[in-house]
Design a protein around this ligand. Structure first.
Ligand SMILES: *Cc1c(COP(=O)(O)O)cnc(C)c1O
Length: 388
């Protein structure tokens, strides 16, 4: 494998757009493409002793290697010794950290308002004899239940409630008690927040959302500094085999080049939308961590550099929210978030999240701001008129 060219050497700082377009690229080779295409290989030529990086396709793949370098550069720019591991999905990455680090008899602290699959993970951990404690993200509620825990799992901003906790404060308390800390960085993306710089041991995320941003690839990753921790997560990936296909890895890497451009537009759209919705009488519980006055704003403004593309709010009823969603022209009704095309959904349709029936999670896409805000306000008018 060609030596990678880091986007920045120690001590240098580049702009985030510059970093995004160059992250993970190998040194140029005459007549080779800038980003080498996907390497499709279950096995590699391997005569003699089975040494070196590329032996079997479940262990390593050169297309992963490029993507992993890119993710390491985004999560910890300019740092040496960063290890990144890609997975088939965000849940594969989350499970890899939890199940590789925890043993029977350990205690783990999870958020009680996090991603909707965490309750399933909780059941599984409990069945393996691991004590699971939960507490709210907002107000740094997890501080209260840290005592004697082996691992603290943070999700900030939380999905779908958009609460934020003070990652540095929680991490310091967890480390003082001997616990490891993992932060789910899905919603913020590494452009919005860098968990390792805030003290966490693991930055973990679903790259399925804004990081890759086109709604066509599932991706998960784990980034950490400690080689022993990385080795234990790598071992888990090998055991479970939750590996990404090379085509998806390549598509994900290609998508990273535009993440700064997309985040700029999408996050600006989210803020514009939040501002436009603030004064609408039919809207309650409007949340956007980047909106001054939001309960998350004071902490978010200190620890985040971008606030994401997700806005949430509550309409008066299930029927009202459904009328709103079906009246949108530029926004597709779909789950997930972070894509270049705006999506929205009534979260209550899934069960599981503790949200009112009229609760809408809205993911701002990369449409022109006036078009998007105009469409949303028009759909709200339609929903109100048909109520009468
Ligand atoms: C979507 C999501 C996940 C799971 O990611 P997948 O790629 O769907 O497996 C985990 N955490 C958060 C915060 C998410 O939004």
């Amino acid at each position: 494998m060609e030596q990678a060219v880091p986007v920045e050497q120690a001590g240098e700082t580049r702009g985030e757009g510059t970093r995004a377009v160059r992250a993970g690229l190998p040194a140029p080779v005459k007549h080779e493409p800038t980003l080498p295409g996907p390497v499709f290989a279950a096995h590699y030529h391997l005569p003699g002793e089975p040494t070196g990086a590329y032996t079997y396709g479940r262990d390593e793949n050169p297309t992963w290697t490029h993507l992993e370098r890119a993710l390491g550069e985004l999560e910890a720019p300019g740092e040496d010794g960063i290890e990144a591991l890609v997975f088939a999905s965000g849940m594969a990455a989350i499970s890899a950290v939890l199940f590789s680090q925890l043993r029977a008899g350990d205690a783990v602290v999870l958020p009680d308002d996090g991603y909707q699959a965490l309750p399933l993970v909780r059941e599984q951990l409990t069945s393996f004899g691991i004590e699971v404690r939960t507490a709210p993200t907002g107000g740094d509620g997890q501080l209260e239940v840290l005592d004697g825990a082996r691992l603290l799992w943070i999700e900030s901003p939380s999905n779908p409630g958009l609460d934020v906790c003070d990652i540095r404060r929680l991490t310091e308390a967890a480390h003082a008690g001997g616990a490891l800390v993992a932060v789910d960085n899905t919603l913020a993306t590494p452009l919005g927040q860098r968990p390792l710089a805030l003290g966490a041991d693991f930055a973990v995320a679903s790259g399925t959302k804004q990081l890759t941003g086109h709604g066509d690839v599932l991706l998960g990753y784990v980034v950490c500094r400690d080689a022993a921790l990385a080795a234990s997560v790598r071992r888990w990936r090998k055991i479970v085999g939750a590996v990404q296909g090379p085509m998806e890895s390549w598509l994900a890497h290609r998508s990273l080049a535009t993440v700064e451009l997309r985040a700029e537009r999408q996050n600006a759209n989210a803020l514009a939308l939040a501002e436009a919705l603030r004064d609408r009488p039919e809207i309650s519980a409007l949340r956007y961590p980047g909106l001054p006055g939001d309960p998350s704003y004071p902490v978010a403004a200190r620890q985040m550099r971008r606030f994401g593309c997700v806005v949430s709010f509550t309409l008066p009823s299930k029927a009202y929210a459904e009328r709103f969603l079906t009246s949108l022209h530029l926004v597709e009704e779909a789950t997930s978030f972070g894509g270049v095309r705006s999506t929205a959904e009534r979260r209550g349709r899934w069960g599981g999240d503790a949200v009112p029936e009229g609760f809408v999670r809205f993911s701002a896409g990369a449409e022109n701001t006036d078009d998007l805000v105009g469409d949303v306000l028009r759909a709200l008018d339609t929903a109100r008129e048909t109520a009468a």
